[in-house]
Write a protein that binds this ligand. Structure first.
Ligand code: PMT
Length: 402
């Protein structure tokens, strides 16, 4: 595949591996990409901007301010221009800034402004790469939806041997090509994802909720984003760190709010994924003041919440595709298939609370996906990111796409 028409920002940071950025630039340009290079100040100690500007055929950007003119290099425009922000090599220092939202140079400001997917290729010495702080930063940026190209093993500049070498430029190019190949399959699709729990208020300080962390929904949102979709998220209260700039993101609390937000969007969506764990019932009345402790027992009257997937299923038009989830504790397959019909889903993803490694809070899940056609597929226990990819691949198999 060529990269014709793809706009790539290549970030280069202070690492001995910066010398490989020249070769990487050449490969990207040769593959047809437009490459705009942004260097951190420390990268200048390792490779000259002249080399990279010559190979990329564009001036290299380093500081916020352009020389003498008083004009600035607009990080917001850069972030909007790019189809991909690739940082190769990324040093431990810049990685830490990405993980923590630090923004003290043009490269980090562009990262925070970028709406496009981000791919990073770390390069550092053996012990630095193994340090728990670096490991934590790598998994933190991965949880933001960034693609991490793992460092390779081999001889390091220090003379030590082990993992830490930046991935070879040819392998990075292959990852970029693969990435664009995948990104294309949901390009121009508008996708709505409901995710997380809902909170149903009892009084100003208490609510009824469930254990959903939002991890499964977020993994699906990230997969759609990375595969080119325009992603709308309606999320119940979650504690995950998310770069909401990448999405059309709405935070809601109750099932009623989730329904209202989703209903407004539904008409313009191509795909809706109902991953939220919505409370089926809510207190009939919300006390206006904090409920005081008095008797030994306290009862609440509960009323049925709107079933978002069911109601929107009634509005589904030809060309729209609905994906449901089923969280079951008994008669799993039968119940899931029942919901597939009742809620007018095109496919349903069953996760059973009885299977280890599956369900709420965990970083893993194990699912059984039932298509309306009767076909089904089961996964092993996998990371929620891998499960999300499987769900998207199954969506591609639904008859509506054929
Ligand atoms: O968030 P995590 O911690 O990562 O956990 C992920 C998950 C277990 C929450 C997720 O994988 C999942 O199973 N979500 C759906 C849970 C659920 O509510 O299942 P259900 O069988 O009760 O509902 C069936 C379907 O109807 C679901 O698509 C649900 O979103 C939808 N529904 C249910 C009730 C309601 N009032 N409105 C709805 O839209």
């Amino acid at each position: 595949m060529d990269l014709k028409g793809k706009k790539i920002i290549l970030g280069v940071t202070g690492s001995i591996a910066a010398y490989k950025s020249a070769h990487l630039t050449r490969l990207l340009v040769k593959a047809g990409a437009e490459v705009q290079i942004i260097m951190s100040a420390s990268a200048l100690d390792f490779i000259t901007p002249l080399t990279l500007a010559t190979l990329s055929k564009r001036p290299v950007l380093v500081p916020f301010q352009k020389d003498e003119t008083g004009e600035w290099n607009n990080h917001v425009e850069l972030g909007l221009w790019a189809d991909l922000f690739l940082v190769a090599p990324i040093s431990a220092n810049t990685l830490s800034k990405f993980a923590n939202g630090l923004c003290d140079n043009l490269l980090t400001a562009t990262y925070l402004s970028a709406r496009c997917p981000v791919m990073i290729a770390p390069a550092m010495d053996l012990d630095m790469y193994q340090h728990p702080a670096v490991k934590q930063n790598l998994s933190k940026v991965a949880s933001f939806g960034n693609v991490v190209l793992d460092a390779e093993s081999g001889e390091l500049a220090s003379g030590l041997s082990g993992q830490g070498r930046m991935m070879e430029p040819e392998t990075i190019l292959a990852s970029v090509e693969k990435f664009f190949k995948k990104t294309q399959d949901f390009q121009d699709k508008k996708v709505l994802i409901t995710m997380g729990p809902t909170q149903e208020a009892l009084d100003p300080v208490r609510f009824i909720s469930n254990h959903s962390s939002g991890k499964m929904g977020l993994a699906i949102a990230n997969s759609f984003l990375n595969r080119g979709a325009d992603v709308y998220v309606v999320s119940g209260p979650i504690a995950l760190k998310v770069n909401k700039n990448h999405f059309h993101w709405q935070d809601v609390k109750s099932a009623k709010e989730m329904y209202e937000a989703s209903h407004k969007l539904h008409g313009m969506m191509d795909i809706c994924v109902f991953a939220a764990a919505v409370a089926d019932y809510a207190p009939a009345e919300i006390a206006s003041e904090k409920i005081k402790k008095s008797d030994s027992e306290l009862s609440f009257r509960m009323v049925k919440n709107v079933d978002i997937a069911l109601e929107l299923g009634k509005l589904k038009q030809p060309g729209q595709l609905h994906v449901g989830f089923a969280l079951e504790t008994e008669n799993e397959s039968e119940n899931a298939k029942g919901k597939l019909d009742k809620k007018n889903f095109d496919l349903i993803v069953l996760n059973s609370m009885k299977e280890s490694g599956a369900g709420f809070q965990l970083d893993t899940n194990r699912v059984h996906i039932f298509q309306r056609s009767g076909k089904s597929v089961s996964s092993d226990v996998e990371s929620k990111d891998t499960i999300a990819e499987l769900i998207l691949d199954q969506i591609k198999l639904a008859p509506i796409w054929v």
